[in-house]
Design a protein around this ligand. Sequence first.
Ligand SMILES: O=C(O)/C=C/C(=O)CC(=O)CC(=O)O
Ligand SMILES: [Ca+2]
Ligand SMILES: [Mg+2]
Length: 419
Amino acid sequence: MALKSFIEVGPDSHFPIQNLPFGIFKPEPTSPPRPGVAIGDYVLDLSTISVSGLFEGPFLSGSDCFLQPNLNKFLALGRPAWKEARTTLQNLLSADEAKLRDNPNLREKSLVPMSKVEMLLPIAIGDYTDFFSSMHHARNCGIMFRGPENAINPNWFQLPIAYHGRSSSIVVSGTDIIRPRGQGHPSGKSPPYFGPSRKLDFELEMAAVVGPGNELGKPVDVNEAGDHIFGLVLMNDWSARDIQAWEYVPLGPFLGKSFGTTISPWIVTLDALEPFACDAPKQDPQPLPYLAEKISKNYDISLEVQIKPAGQEDSCVVTRSNFNHLYWTVTQQLAHHTINGCNLRPGDLLGTGTISGPEPESYGCLLELTWNGQKSLSLNGTTRKFLEDGDEVVFSGCSKGDGYKVGFGTCSGKILPSP
Ligand SMILES: O=C(O)/C=C/C(=O)CC(=O)CC(=O)O
Ligand SMILES: [Ca+2]
Ligand SMILES: [Mg+2]
């Protein structure tokens, strides 16, 4: 029989006992941040569970990893500790376990209604890297920026391309994004224009959260890379297409990307996603041996983007995609990242790149959906080429199991005008 919690969880909830994603929250505005897991409409306070001595296994008993303001210390402990935490919490929350169920005092102290909490960034992010791993996205950008003849460069099929992003401007879902200012393309002989971006965009991505990491000079084997990934979050790599197009030749992304990146507050573990693992696309040409995986897997995670214009009641779905469209897997990305000896540290964030599918309805950014502003997208009676001030962009993602969902909740941000 399916695992069930004593806490009521509806069939459409993203957070049944099969999920148990980790985050950092404050129960009251003045209380210190602490780790929690989501269960139905509640957050279970792991600091309380830890202080009550309920983490009894060999890796977590006596550890102060759940008394920290971020998850980095827990992530550094690695997969055996993550599995122990998951087993302990699934047991504690299950319908036939009395320890928490029949202890009203402990329930009162440890279960906080989700509607009352403030969610914070779950990790201290030392380094952030953004990959470029959807072939459909790479092809569409290539056609627009470089022409159809050489839409995808030959190196793209040999290695997961990426650039180093900016970690200081990564914010948690719900944080407003201020429209960036910068230089845009000159037209004809005139100088470049300067001002608020005229082509502000979202990029539908997910990101892997790094666990133990590796020492400088010691690459991670691709077949062990899964042990270095704690879980996934939703990620919006906000992009100013006009700033980007003018500045990034020949060195790559800078101010067109670094003004803000939003992630969802809940990290869904790879253990929770395992039932939704699926074959990754066949790679042709065959990758070099250091990128060749014994088992090459993706996850079946449905993704959706909605835009809610200022002053409107309803939001409008603008695209539907799936994590399984990625050509390069997250484990290949991680192994490639370290192959030159580069070290990864607990809490580092690896963005997948924009996740576009093959059909126009599944493109992962407005650049593709409106073909760089050549056509308009209709949204409940109004239209968009790029984002306008007041637009709220909401990502959601979930995997559908038999009678339950394993979801990420939402990842949202509203555009404020340039100052
Ligand atoms: O192809 C280009 O020149 C530019 C592509 C991007 O802006 C994509 C990027 O940030 C990486 C990604 O999200 O896939
Ligand atoms: Ca990106
Ligand atoms: Mg960005």
